[in-house]
Design a protein around this ligand. Structure first.
Ligand SMILES: [Zn+2]
Length: 277
């Protein structure tokens, strides 16, 4: 069995050149827009430019449940968990009172299960992102599904000692989906979490550049699911300023939580179950 250094080394090699860079047409802008005012949390919409940054919680059973209104954003963090960097992100999210979705790589959850459990205990949603961050367009169907299943199992195992369970959320590495894999995931009631706004925080740019790029793209689109990574120092560095600016501009951070009622693995975390926020 390899030590942690060996595991981390192989992970860094795998991610160093292309961690979650977008491959081809990601099919962006898949997020549907609500045609009416979002239900719930009405008071949170009364003070644009101020008030709480935390918006409503959407219970997600299928992709069609993810309908964002104007100035609503979802924060997603891919490729972790990574001790230190993920911890910093958790601290910042807590300080702003918002919940995010972490799409974890199975190999990382295997290596750092305590960090995975910390994410769940803080009430964030956890989905999967394959076992080894493979581009699934390059694999046959059986191999691709094995990557997906193994990743989900690794995350469930990491959370196993706690009462928290991963959500049935999945994101394609590099946003490299295929119609066939999307069909297979739908058959398993796994919800693909697409990304509308790519922060491109994997590029070697400054935290300020990441912040401004993301705010600019968000401003042009008005709302959407934002793709970040909790394995880069620049992401944690830009996050406090980014969230402060979101608040100043009147945005709300929406929490995607697993839909209930179906039994099975659709319970995200103790925080959700107990109603704590
Ligand atoms: Zn990724």
């Amino acid at each position: 069995m390899r030590g942690l250094a060996g595991i981390l080394g192989s992970i860094l090699v795998a991610f160093s050149l292309s961690a979650c860079a977008t491959a081809g047409d990601p099919g962006a802008a898949r997020t549907a827009f609500a045609s009416e005012a979002p239900a719930g949390s009405a008071a949170s919409f009364l003070s644009p430019g101020g008030g709480s940054l935390a918006g409503r919680t959407i219970r997600v059973r299928s992709l069609s449940d993810i309908r964002l209104g104007p100035k609503e954003v979802v924060l997603t963090f891919d490729d972790g968990p990574m001790p230190g960097k993920t911890d910093r992100v958790l601290t910042i999210l807590s300080a702003h009172g918002v919940k995010a979705t972490f799409l974890m790589v199975g190999q990382m959850a295997n290596a750092y299960p305590a960090t995975a459990r910390k994410v769940a205990a803080a009430g964030h949603s956890i989905g999967s992102h394959t076992q080894n961050h493979r581009n699934l367009r390059g694999l046959d169907r059986a191999a691709a599904m094995a990557q997906i299943e193994k990743g989900r199992q690794s995350i469930a195992d990491a959370l196993g000692p706690s009462l928290n369970r991963p959500a049935n959320f999945f994101r394609f590495p590099y946003l490299a989906d295929t119609p066939e894999l999307r069909r297979q995931l739908a058959l398993q009631n796994i919800v693909v979490i697409d990304a509308d706004i790519d922060s491109k925080d994997y590029f070697p740019s400054s935290p300020e550049q990441v912040k401004e790029r993301t705010l600019s793209r968000l401003g042009a689109r008005g709302s959407g699911i934002i793709l970040f990574h909790d394995i880069h120092a620049r992401t944690a560095a830009m996050l406090p300023g980014f969230l402060a600016e979101l608040r100043r501009r009147g945005y709300k951070v929406v929490h995607l939580a697993p839909g209930g009622g179906g039994g099975g693995p659709l319970v995200a975390s103790l925080g959700d179950v107990s109603g704590m926020r």
